[in-house]
Structure formats: structure tokens, C-alpha cells
Ligand binder design. Sequence first.
Ligand SMILES: [Fe+2]
Length: 189
Amino acid sequence: MEREEAVKIVNDLVESKNIRYHCLAAEAAMIALYGHFEKQGKVDAGTRQDWGIVGLLHDADYEVTNKSLELHTQETTKKLKEVGAPKEIIDAVRGHADKESRETLMAKAIYAADEMTGLIVAAALVRPDKKLEGLTAESVLKRFKEPAFARSANREQIKTCENELGISLPEFTEVILNSMKEISKEIGL
Ligand SMILES: [Fe+2]
């Protein structure tokens, strides 16, 4: 599947700027995670581009399914099937919303990374400059431990990086934070 096909799906389904930014952040995170696991020879499904596409599309239908957890990923699944997307991409997108079991590393990665990008955005937005540039992994980890901070960023879900992906929380934070810094302008941070 080509990235252009995924971008078209995002353009068809996403209206909100914040969702678009979130999709781009998740794409960057997934590509960086692919690089991390590729070096360890652990990637069991999907190409680098597939991992990026899973990030880009995981929440694409969030608005059109009217934020219904029940329906979430249904529209994206339909669009992915129309373009003949590989099953592992569809399964990973569906898996992040518990519509499919998460079998591959790619599926497990988006599940944990999704929430981590949210925590990082929240941690950037409380800085005086509201930018990612000066944000450190240490301060994201401090925020992680404050339950009242960005409550919607599910800490248990983020923590699955350790058991499901075999990457420590500090390293997971670092990899994703750096990937988002690289596209900070594109995501308004
Ligand atoms: Fe998401």
C-alpha cells in the first residue's frame, strides 16, 4: 500500500486539525519504532511504510464514527479494504481499538504509541513556549507518574511497551519524543 493512498483516506475522513496532527505524530512514532525494532531483528510484520501508515490511519475515522468507541475503525477498515490494503495493516488499525487481537509487533506498537504521543503533546502544551523543542524524556516521564496530568493518556496502555514490545518505558519515551521533534512544525508544536 502506498502512503498516498493512506493520505487520501485521511483527507476523506479527517476534518479536525488536531486529529490530523495526532495522525502525523503517530505516523512519525511508528516509523521510529520500526527503526528501533528493525535493528534488533524483531519486526515480524509490515514494512517501514506499513508501520507509518498504521500510525497515520489508526484514528482516521474518529470524527466520522462520531467518537463512538463501538464504531471506531469501522470506516477506516472499509476504506482500507477498498484499496486492497494488507491484512496486517487492517488488523493493526483495528487492534488499537480492541476490534482485533494484537498479534504483530506493529499492532502492539500502535496500541502503546497512540497514548504516548498524546502524553507528549500534553507535556509540550504546558510549557511556557508550548513547543516540543526543549521538552526532555525525563520531564515526560515525570508527567507519566502524575495521574492527574493528561488523564486521557492511558498509562496502563503506554506501559504495555515493556511487556508487549520489550522496550523500557524511558527508551520508548525517548524514541517517540525524538520522532515527534523531527516533525514539530507539521504538528503545530
Ligand atoms: Fe490515536
